[in-house]
Design a protein around this ligand. Sequence first.
Ligand code: UD1
Length: 416
Amino acid sequence: MGKYVINGGRKLSGKITVQSAKNSVMPMMAGSLLTDDPVVIKKCPKIADVFSMLNILKSLGTVAFFENDDLVIMPKYTKSNKTEKNQAKALRSSIFLMGALVSRFKKAEISLPGGCDIGERPIDIHVDLLKSMGCEISQTTDGINCVGNKLKCCEFRLPFASVGATENAILAAVKLNGTTVLKNVAREPEIIDLVCFLRSMGAKIYGEGTKTIQIEGVKKLRGTEYQPIGDRVEAGTFLTAVAISGGELEIKGINSENISSLIHKLCENSCKITVKNDIIYIKSGKTRKPFSLVTGPYPLFATDLQAQAMTLACLSEGQSVIRENVFENRFRHVEELKKFGADIKVYGRAAVINGVKEFIPANVYAKDLRGGASLVLGALNAKGSSTVFDVYHIERGYADFDLKLRSIGADITKIN
Ligand code: UD1
């Protein structure tokens, strides 16, 4: 399953370039099925979730392969509208295929998606959205059957600004006759990125980044070559690593506005941060101060950076409070952080953290993707040898995490 052995206590310094955003690439891979022409996703990260999605696409008949760092997808060979149970279970993003396959074939059989075990993660909003577009949906033992012979545009208000449901609805609506209006949609930068990707294929979509999106259906989409935005979660993880380990770092390829909520917390905590174009420069401070944060839909603090911020709070003088408002079970890293000596008490969705000066080395287990990253940050602080087990969770979302950390001075070795 793989482990990282980390000798902590070293300062970090140097430069890194972030990968393309995982959360942009996943719906784009599904969105490529909306055309017959080749689609190229440039500088696509070679992470496990991308390879899982690639396997699903291949099992549908799609021809898809990496050409150096670019992912080439040839959707015209796509023959099947059914995702295999074992493959779809590997990642949550398989749900995007529902909207894309219904649009392409008017029919889809989707196995229930997997992904990180961070709560219930129901798909009721996805289902209700497609139903309101005229899709007949029935549940099977493994998943759901969607029949969309009479698909029509609709007006729909999402009960919660779900990122995935917003993206799924956009994919399903792009080629419908007429105008679809989606209200209370998610406003994450990756949604804007998906819209720009679809627009480069000829889609007519308006209002991305606001609470209402209008989609004017077009008959046909063409292929595209598209470079997704930089990964704000990867950038945020490295910024937090520097705040925790000390040192200075230049991070290239990221729009700082997309992580302004984290940047504010890091400045409040200890760091000096400056921004020039797509480069963020961070220098750690001397004393780490406590902070409080509440996660929520963009532009609020990203739930995908909550665990990493918690490691920082554990090592900051005084009391910090972190409230997780997006997922109901996203504190699985807490028990592992305690093995480093962290003082954390969980009250429902809130964690109260009393800072300690430094961590002690420990053997810990990654339980999910971002929680796993938070443990690596913890190990970087502990003077001595720590081991983070089950790093396959981390590799779902970070390409070459160990190599990138090593390139900026961390003593980290992966053992398979
Ligand atoms: C996406 C991101 C993930 C991030 C999350 C929240 C991708 C590939 N993944 O996940 O990294 O952590 O946004 O920013 O982009 N919900 C329902 N019913 C639904 C759909 C969602 O109740 O039909 C609930 C979920 O259980 C959760 C909340 O809404 O509590 C947020 O989920 P959602 O925004 O849909 O997250 P994902 O799209 O799964």
